[in-house]
Design a binder for this molecule. Sequence first.
Ligand code: GTR
Length: 417
Amino acid sequence: MKKLIIILSLISQSMFAQNVNYDEAKIPPYTLPDILTGVDGKKITTIKQWEANRPALLQLFAENVYGVTPNISAKHHYKILETKNDALNGKAIRKQVLITFDEYPQLSGINILLYIPKNVTRPPVFVGLNFEGNHSIGIDPYVLLTQNWMVDFQKNPERVNNNRALEASRGKAIVESWPAEMIIDKGFAMATAYYGDIEPDHPEGWKSGLRSAIGMTDDQKWSAMGAWAWQLSRMLDYLETDADLNSKKAIVIGHSRLGKAAFWAAAQDQRFAAFISNESGEGGAALKRRWYGETHEIINDKFPHWFSGKYKTYSNNIASLPFDQHQLFGLIAPRPVYVTSAEGDQWADPNGQFLSLKNAEPVFALYGKKGLGTDTHPALNQPAGSYIRYHYRTGKHDMNAYDWEQYLKFAKEVVNK
Ligand code: GTR
């Protein structure tokens, strides 16, 4: 019996291995849709033509991947739950703001944690979601502990028990993600919220999240990714009302699945001034047509709630998708973009992320914006480009201090120049 189990598991492992490729030489040839051909088939040569094409292209992404964002009421109230001007060793103002929605009382609301440097007038702000609650990003004892359902990422019942965070998870986020003091020291503000505030991250999560709160009965029409992107836009609504920071310079940022949500938020909501994709991979920065690392089949199988039902119909047939992710970068133009990969994160397809941004260059060029300055994937720890930037760093799947050093430099040189 034991032998049989071993044989069966070897067979299934090898079947799985066939679906995952890490060999550049084995990638079948593919052709990317021309970014300067409009959805109507006409050639695009001017900014005006590109912008006229924008809504139809956005709609294609919505219909086929992320789901169409419903036109729903976002009537809300803001409540300052707590504020103090001696946070982070006296350098920052801390605010905790709760956004509640009049028409969706069943949702607990979005709890934003804001740090604003005291010595800067109206600084630009980094905006993004976090994986394990605001309290998990640092040791600040005043940050409220989230009560919402949580994925048990760490498998440590002392930190997360029964899918609820415990006090012991304070400052213990699984990804480094949000170095508040480092951000403040460089003169930037940051705003973050727990992604589970709007919808729990599991296939049935929509039943207790935004999608069912708005009366949706078909979870395949919209997506969790769409709901989290919506959350980011609602955070920006609040930031626009906060006179202590400059919401016109809001840089939306996200790691991994939260990078996919940030990407979709940035494409739809042009109020975001810049976008940073930290290892967002499949469904994020990576080209879909490249067979390397995670594929659309694997992601749809493992996370059926992340994308819309239609995306699942492209199994074994990704070449028939009428676009690829380079065109989503086109939808961010002319706003600055930074894309990153890590050596220890081949799953996210580093070269596929690079090529995706690279192939968006013609749209940036329409606006007179320079490209990455290289046609080939840069070496480790050598950022390429300026207005649009890319780096490939040593280390694992994470958003770490090296990444932030580069982001803060980018924000200073390009977004807040
Ligand atoms: C993985 C998933 C990736 C990425 C990652 C994460 O399991 O396959 O696409 O999103 O999770 O969010 O950390």
